[in-house]
Structures are given as C-alpha cells and as structure tokens.
Design a protein around this ligand. Structure first.
Ligand SMILES: [Zn+2]
Length: 439
C-alpha cells in the first residue's frame, strides 16, 4: 500500500512539527525544530550514521562519501515552513491523508523535498550503494525568513575547500497547466532567480490637527508617488532562459502558433509584449516587478501624518541591476519622496543548461516524467540556492513533484497538499539522480 510507504510516514511525521521560524532568532520556538530533527533521525537511521556536520543546531549538513571526493553534488531543501493562514479543509499540521494526498503545511514547500532526498539516500544506503562522487545534503532552517543557515553551510563547505559540480535546491516543479495552449506539463528547472530588493518611500511634512489640513501633505504626495510607480513599470526584456523556455515549448503549441516560438530569439520583442499581457504570472517573466506592500501614516484618525511610508517589494530581473531599479524608482517618485533601501539583492548569475550537469537532470526527468517538457527558466521567488552561487557556477532549482496549477497556488496559502504517488515518484527521481552521477 503506497499510503503506508516509509516515505509517506516520514513526511507525515515531519509535517506534524510546526517548524515556523521568526526573523528574530530569539523569538523562534526551538521545540518543534528539535522534535523535527529527532523525527528525521528516527525515520532515516542509516543517513544519520553518515558524517553530520554541526553548523547550526536546527539545520542539517551531511556528507555521504562517494568513490571520488572531487566535485561533489549538494542536494538542498529547508526544514522551516511559513505560518498558517486562511481556512483549511484539513488541519494544517495534521498530515492527514485524503483523496490520495498528504495534507498540511510544508508538504510541497519544502518537507516533501526533505523526505524525497532522505528516503532516496536511506534506500540506497540499505542496498550498500556508494555514489560515484561525494553527496552533500544541506537542509536549512531559516529559508522562509531570509536567515543565515544556508550562508553558514556555504561557509563550512568553503572552509573545507569543497567545490561542488552542481547544487540542486527547491524551485520549479513538474508543472501542469504552466503555459497557455500547451497540454504537456513543463518540468521547469530554475537556472537563476530574481533578486529580492525592498525600499520604503517616505514623505514628510509638518503634521498637525486634522481640522486644518494643508494641501499636498505627506499622505497625498505618497499616494501620487505610488500611482506614478504603478503607471511607469520597468522596461520589458526577456532574459535568455525565458527565450530558451519559449523555444522548447514551441513544438508543443497548436500548429498555427508554432513557427512564432521557433524563432523566439529574433521575435523576442513581440513575445515579450505578448507575455506582458498574458496575466500576472507571465508578465513577471519579462520585467522587474514592483509591488507596494505596506502603508502607514498617522496613528490616529484626527491627526495629520508628519511621516507617511509605503513599502515596495521589488523583484529584480536578470539583466537589470539593483542600481538601475533604484534609479528608476527615484526618477518616477520625484524629489519630494525619500527612497530608503531596506534590503538589496541582485538577481543570481545564470547557470548553464548546455552541459553535462543540466543534461543529467534533463535525462532523469525525461525518464521519470516522460510526458513533461524539461526546460530552464527564471525563478520568480527567492530560495536559499542563491547563497551557493558564489561557491558553484551550476546552481539548479527544481522540485521533482508533479503539481497542478491549483496546488502551486496553495504554497504559502491554505490547503497545501502533495499526492502520495507524486511524493514517491519524487523519491525515485532523487534515487536515480544519485545512482547516475558520473565518476
Ligand atoms: Zn521553500
């Protein structure tokens, strides 16, 4: 019975620990993390007999020695989850099985990957398998709060002189309904990710009693700045991984549209405009985006704000720099608004998709998900993988699980769930990847 498979029981055990981290480490409840580590040790005893490197108490860095110690691979995932929001059909930390799926926070993001990797390694260890080269496992515990556990793992690998052949973290999936008019799922492998940068727009004035307002106060100027930003988005451009995705998707489109994408490189400007108009998800593929997220003014209804603030979350596209984007924002909002930079992150370097490492991911994906179209793409969300780009030129972001469009919508939202069969197919994918690592 697949529902009693050890990997399924392990996932249920992990999901039942509400490992929600806080941006302030002092405010993170350590108990669920301690319990989760104990569950991992209980479900994957052979893996825990490998070399466990102490980096941070709640994270896990493991070295599995292979026949060669040169150019190892690093398999990543994260142990923390985002808090529960919205109304759930089944308890979010219950890990109940309904309709052939395990329901709960973290089933897709990212405890499914943790279990996929660990169950693959555990089963290979049971068989006495020795990989062709060292395999490192790096599971952070602060991914969702931009913490430092992945940074610490990178520092430890650097200290040991480890130079990975490639690094694989969570990211794209075997995504159904991923592209308009294409019936085949796309197995999207992130070869880069946008840079997350945040600013606050600040307008200041004299404040005062709300009964005697002056014209053009801080709140009015801030509102004008927000509207201006919305009306002047950053310039459109499709980076090379997006063009490659279009080229690969082309043959799967209805005949009349096919020739258009076969010449994606030359038709980039046209396609870019098409994507911009094809909904929010597609539009984010062709430009740096800006979202106004937080707003604050006066604390009382009868007090005029002396300071009004708006937080803007920017996702910097490959090809733009943070400085380009900040210059654009400053120009658009004008001199009356101060732009304070809260965090700045450049987009990640682009990993190659024309060499042996990517070809390996592509081949295994083709064998296990024969209906899917493997393709590189630009990840829109941030992952811990970005911290590894200084250590390794090949950093890939792929989660080998089938996900429907509806399921992708449950990540960081309500009703997150993973199909039992999909989890087990993912275990097979990681197994095959380790088995087929070349010498
Ligand atoms: Zn994640």
């Amino acid at each position: 019975m697949s529902e009693t498979h050890p990997a399924v029981r392990a996932l249920q055990a992990l999901v039942r620990h509400p490992t929600v981290a806080d941006r302030d480490p002092a405010r993170t409840d350590p108990a669920p993390f301690v319990a989760l580590r104990a569950s991992l040790a209980e479900h994957f005893p052979l893996l825990h007999g490998l070399e466990l490197v102490e980096v941070e108490p709640h994270a896990l860095l493991v070295r599995w020695p292979g026949r060669s110690h040169a150019r190892p691979v690093v398999l990543m995932a994260h142990l923390d989850v985002v808090p529960v929001e919205g109304s759930w059909t089944h308890p979010p930390f219950g890990a109940e099985i309904h309709d052939g799926a395990v329901w709960g926070r973290g089933t897709l993001d990212d405890k499914g990957s943790v279990v996929g990797i660990c169950a693959a390694v555990e089963s290979l260890l049971t068989e006495g398998f020795v990989p062709a080269r060292d395999v490192w496992l790096s599971f952070g515990s602060t991914e969702e709060v931009s913490g430092t556990t992945a940074v610490d793992a990178v520092a430890e690998l650097r200290r040991r002189g480890v130079q990975p052949w490639f690094v694989l973290d969570e990211g794209g999936a075997v995504a159904a309904e991923a592209f308009p008019m294409v019936a085949a799922p796309l197995a999207v492998v992130g070869v880069t990710e946008k840079g997350v940068t945040s600013v606050e727009l600040v307008a200041e004035g004299a404040g005062g009693h709300a009964s005697t307002p002056a014209a053009n106060g801080p709140t009015a100027r801030l509102a004008a700045a927000i509207t201006a930003l919305e009306r002047s988005p950053l310039p459109l451009h499709a980076p090379t991984p997006t063009l490659e995705l279009l080229r690969r998707v082309g043959p799967h489109l209805p005949a009349p549209v096919r020739p258009l994408l076969a010449r994606a490189d030359r038709l980039a400007p046209v396609l870019t405009r098409v994507l911009r108009s094809a909904g929010a998800e597609a539009a984010a593929m062709v430009r740096t985006t800006a979202a106004v997220t937080t707003l604050s003014g006066s604390p009382a209804l009868n007090v005029i704000a002396s300071t009004a603030r708006a937080g803007v979350n920017l996702r910097v596209m490959v090809g733009d720099t943070v400085d380009d984007v900040l210059a654009h924002v400053r120009r658009v909002v004008g001199p009356g608004i101060r732009v304070e930079v809260v965090e700045r992150n450049e987009p990640s370097p682009v990993s190659p998709w024309d060499d042996q490492a990517f070809a390996l991911l592509e081949r295994i994906t083709g064998e296990l998900f024969p209906d899917a179209v493997p393709t590189p793409y630009v990840m829109m969300a941030a992952t811990d993988a970005r911290f590894f780009t200084g250590l390794c030129e090949r950093v890939y972001r792929f989660t080998p699980f089938r996900m429907t469009k509806a399921q992708r919508g449950t990540i960081h939202a309500a009703d997150e769930h993973i199909g039992v069969a999909d989890l087990l197919a993912g275990v097979d994918w990681y197994r095959r990847l380790v088995q087929e690592l070349p010498a």
